[in-house]
Design a protein around this ligand. Structure first.
Ligand code: F6R
Length: 361
């Protein structure tokens, strides 16, 4: 049942405020400025002994994991990184007893992720799951974890589950941070930010008519560049994946800091750039990158907290706490990918050559 929407993708994008509300519900502890994640199965003493966190997933879940790793580093100050599970399992990884492994999956059935979890368990590692489908293979195989409560996702490309997975990582990061060195004041600040998300998502969704117009203007591109820095970079990667999956326009994501090391050579009017420009301590750096692109006659669409003079167009999104900004900045670009695909007449819910769960290698 599409509930009045033409596609599941559109329905699922539109459901994100309620979905985020669900992942937060019943978990916030205002008294201790923390959150409780019932199924984590990680005692405070164990949480304090974790020296590293390694996040594994594929596709969109891997990108959610990249934002998750940054959230964990920022809020819990535990070194963390994300890697495609499909690569990890083939490189005879060093499995370290002080590392906590986190497997991320919407379906909970992705074969490469499941195989990585099984290999880790076989070597005695502790593995948590951040999974959407309750009772799925990865959820069952993990030692503990949390469900992301995005609800059923039918469209082959992931949208609402991406957002909820990132929020689930913010909860895990806050939980670990408050067991370690995150202050009460910072815990409260993040909780307030989390509570603002559903309302801010609704604000973004209201700008859909504008985004639809922009998508029509960029739908003639043969290829697009997506750039961001630090918090913005995984957002750029996910937005680029979304665009290529549903519109079949080639898209490539690059750290804005790497432009001079190669991709500037591609810039011309037929190669537009989408720039993720949060209002944080890297704002000036991002503005300088846009200037470089403009100087080479590149078209720029910015996603930012205020209108960007250097860009041809800006999609303005509401500001949250710096750490939580990536959660919101990807949402208008889901709509951008959707409307680009619609303008090009693509089969949005079932892109060619793709399957919802990849249960084979
Ligand atoms: C992208 C997409 C895929 C999945 C990937 C992992 O829109 O849908 O990249 O994210 O196949 O799937 P899960 O999360 O089910 O493990």
């Amino acid at each position: 049942d599409m509930g009045g929407h033409d596609t599941y993708m559109h329905k699922e994008i539109s459901e994100q405020a309620e979905a985020v509300d669900r992942v937060l519900r019943g978990r916030i502890d205002d008294r201790f400025a923390t959150v409780h994640l019932g199924g984590l199965n990680l005692e405070p003493g164990e949480a304090r002994r974790v020296r590293r966190i390694k996040i594994l997933g594929c596709g969109t879940s891997y990108h959610a994991g990249q934002i998750g790793a940054q959230l964990i580093e920022e809020l819990a100050r535990i070194p963390a990184d994300a890697e495609p599970a499909s690569e990890f399992r083939y490189r005879n990884p060093v499995v370290d007893p002080d590392t906590l492994y986190v497997a991320v999956s919407q379906s909970g059935e992705t074969y490469d992720v499941l195989a990585a979890v099984q290999e880790l368990k076989r070597k005695g590692a502790r593995v948590l799951g951040i999974v959407n489908v309750v009772g799925s293979a990865i959820a069952r195989e993990a030692d503990g974890g949390t469900y992301v409560h995005a609800g059923p996702e039918v469209c082959v490309v992931s949208t609402k589950c991406f957002t909820n997975t990132v929020v689930a990582f913010a909860l895990l990061a806050l939980h670990l941070g408050r067991i370690r060195d995150l202050s009460v004041a910072d815990g409260k600040r993040i909780i307030d930010g989390l509570r603002r998300l559903p309302g801010q998502i609704d604000e973004i969704l209201k700008t859909e008519p504008e985004i639809k117009q922009l998508a029509k203007q960029y739908a003639d591109a043969r290829s697009m560049l997506f750039i961001g820095r630090v918090r913005g970079y995984p957002v750029a990667r996910e937005a680029s994946l979304k665009l290529k999956e549903v519109s079949y326009i080639h898209a490539e994501a690059y750290p804005a800091s790497e432009l001079k090391h190669g991709p500037l050579a591609l810039i011309e009017p037929a190669m537009p750039t989408v720039a993720i420009v949060p209002d944080d301590d890297l704002l000036e750096k991002n503005r300088a990158a846009m200037e470089e692109i403009k100087a080479r006659s590149g078209r720029i669409l910015a996603v930012a907290h205020q209108v960007q003079e250097k860009a041809d167009h800006t999609i303005v999104v509401p500001k949250n706490e710096d750490e939580l900004d990536p959660i919101l900045m990807g949402i208008p670009l889901q709509l951008f990918a959707y409307h680009t695909a619609l303008a090009l007449g693509r089969d949005i819910d079932k892109p060619r050559n793709l399957a919802k769960s990849v249960t084979v290698e």
